[in-house]
Design a protein around this ligand. Structure first.
Ligand code: C2E
Ligand code: MG
Ligand code: MG
Ligand code: MG
Length: 285
């Protein structure tokens, strides 16, 4: 369009880009009060044991019910919350809600095995000095033991992390909290680096699961996943796969030795009652 405007050296503004910028600005302005107004809510997506299909826990995924824009996914506002610093109170709120939900599940589940809860941590929360104490307080208040909690940190957040950044994670790990390396395989992962990270779970990124879509799957991808699983198990790490959308993928990943899976094939993220049903159905056979 700029060209047909007669060779003038200007470009028409992209109206969509404008709308995006305005929205981003608007969202950033609305963000600080959204927490007080109770506009955030959490959906839970089950984590399923690949060996026996039982529900072992769930990942907490935050959403924003914006008064004008409707439900917004975390990709729309987490980066803004990180930028403005709201991520610290928001992340603490997500942790508190999720841990309390885990307690409620555990009570309903009644001896059929503790339901675990996975909560995402952003890099800003990692470097916030209150992280360890806040987590301890939240677990205590809810009456949940540390081993029922898994904190997910992305690989990219820990790349080149110095000891100061790893210290709080180490303390949490020593207490019994699991640390998972989220979206594993998307960053410039230095496999040797894994040894010095206090992680106990690798969450293999959805892109690997996607390449298991065709049957037979790409032999190179199979080899890569096989290699990652064997390395992980060799280092005593469990492997969770994300984005499982078909039974064929689940079967392939099970054969490759992955431990736990998550994805639309089992359930989309949803309200806590839904996981409740899944887990209870499962527990009673
Ligand atoms: P993630 O931790 O890697 O979460 C998995 C994402 O994959 C979720 O997107 C989930 O809805 C989606 N997903 C699950 N199963 C499938 C599937 O079978 N197919 C496909 N195509 N997608 C699937 P969501 O909910 O949009 O979350 C995106 C990211 O936002 C998360 O990625 C996580 O990094 C971040 N996030 C979510 N909640 C929080 C939070 O409370 N705090 C922080 N710091 N980050 C969060
Ligand atoms: Mg995650
Ligand atoms: Mg992930
Ligand atoms: Mg992901």
């Amino acid at each position: 369009r700029a060209k047909s405007a007669g060779g003038n050296r200007y470009e028409l503004a992209d109206p969509e880009a404008d709308a995006r910028a305005i929205t981003r600005h608007g969202l950033t302005t609305a963000l600080p009060t959204a927490l007080d107004r109770g506009e955030f809510f959490i959906e839970y997506q089950p984590l399923v044991h690949l060996g026996d299909g039982s529900v072992r826990g769930a990942e907490a995924l935050v959403r924003w019910l914006h008064p004008q824009h409707g439900v917004l996914g975390p990709d729309r506002f987490i980066p803004l919350a990180e930028h403005t610093g709201l991520i610290v109170p928001l992340g603490r709120w997500v942790l508190e809600q999720s841990v309390r939900q885990a307690r409620a599940w555990q009570e309903r589940y009644d001896g059929a095995g503790p339901l675990r809860i996975n909560v995402n941590l952003s890099p800003c929360q990692l470097s916030h000095p209150g992280l360890v104490q806040d987590t301890v307080d939240i677990l205590e208040r809810a009456g949940v033991t540390p081993d029922a909690l898994c904190l997910e940190v992305t690989e990219s957040a820990l790349i080149g992390a110095d000891d100061d950044l790893l210290k709080p994670l180490r303390r949490l790990a020593e207490m019994g909290v699991d640390i998972a390396l989220d979206d594993f395989g998307t960053g410039y992962s230095n496999l040797a680096n894994l040894r010095r990270l206090p992680v106990s779970i690798l969450k293999l990124d959805r892109s690997f699961t996607q390449s298991m879509q065709q049957f037979p799957a790409d032999p190179v991808d199979l080899k890569i996943v096989e290699g990652i699983v064997s390395l992980a198990h060799g280092l005593n790490l469990a492997v969770t796969v994300e984005g499982v959308e078909t039974g064929a993928q689940a079967e392939q990943l099970r054969i490759l030795g992955c431990d736990t899976a998550q994805g639309w094939y089992y359930a989309r993220p949803g309200p806590p009652e839904r996981l409740h049903e899944l887990a209870l159905v499962d527990a009673t056979g």
